[in-house]
Ligand binder design. Structure first.
Ligand SMILES: [Zn+2]
Length: 268
């Protein structure tokens, strides 16, 4: 196997997982998802052990022997280096989701820009995102690496494979490392396209009927939804009919305000 690639599947030796994590760490660094010592990766080795990247090291420059092995409670079992305090977030996925065998955390700049602006990536605008991830909710801010962040994540973990972390970054999970990494790529790509669409005009969203058709097609694309199902569907163009969300242009909003002011004056 080339050291620049990761073969799919999760039936691998520990050494293969260590090499895969070096490759995925390098991809994340080269794509600019992490700088300096940001981000972390992990893989479930078996029912009791997790392999993770070390803290205070650039994730694009790791060697297989830099990785750390812990148990599911975060006790270090082997490795010369220390693991990141952000591992707590990964362990939450492993404890709550038996289907999860890898977790990827990064700070991809465009998606993180949405998270800093307090915005979820929740619009129904691209088929592959609706089919693959449903929506990407925004988890409320809590100090990274604390029990507070785990508490904020906990209600969302059963329902989603990709989450934005307010004022922080993103976290993805999957049945293997390659899938978790690809989900991180999808988040950042979707964030870039959403931003470009908003700069180019007003994004045109799918109707709830179109979203239902895409959801129904998931099995054709071999997509296994999270065990809790997506708690909420992405925002559609007709969402306002069910009282969820209303999107207005500045002119439409101004016109509504003018009308309300006019009616108010007429009543006086
Ligand atoms: Zn982080």
């Amino acid at each position: 196997m080339s050291p620049d690639s990761i073969s799919p599947g999760c039936a691998k030796t520990e050494m293969q997982h260590r090499r895969d994590m070096c490759v995925a760490g390098r991809w994340m660094y080269e794509q600019g998802y992490n700088v300096a010592c940001d981000g972390n990766l992990s893989v479930r080795l078996d029912d009791e052990r997790v392999l993770t990247t070390p803290t205070c090291m650039n994730k694009g420059m790791l060697s297989p022997e830099d990785m750390v092995v812990t148990d599911l409670q975060g006790q270090q079992l082997s490795g010369d280096r220390r693991f990141s305090s952000e591992l707590a977030m990964h362990l939450l996925f492993y404890r709550m989701r038996p289907d999860v065998h890898a977790v990827c955390h990064a700070h991809p700049p465009t998606a993180t820009g949405f998270a800093v602006a307090g915005r979820a990536l929740d619009q129904a605008s691209l088929p592959e995102v609706v089919v693959g991830l449903g929506r990407i909710p925004l988890v409320r801010y809590a100090t990274p690496g604390t029990a507070e962040l785990s508490a904020a994540l906990e209600p969302q973990v059963p329902h989603y494979d990709a989450l934005l972390l307010a004022n922080h970054g993103a976290v993805t999970c999957g049945p293997d490392l390659l899938t978790a990494y690809f989900r991180m790529e999808t988040i950042e790509h979707f964030a870039k396209i959403t931003l470009a669409a908003e700069l180019a005009g007003t994004p045109i969203l799918f109707s709830s009927r179109e979203v239902a058709k895409l959801m129904a097609a998931r099995s054709r694309y071999f997509v296994t939804p999270p065990p809790g199902g997506g708690a909420e569907l992405p925002v559609t163009c007709d969402a306002n009919e069910s009282g969820d969300h209303v999107r207005l242009t500045r002119n439409e909003l101004d016109a509504l305000i003018d009308e309300a002011v006019r009616k108010d004056r007429a009543r006086r």
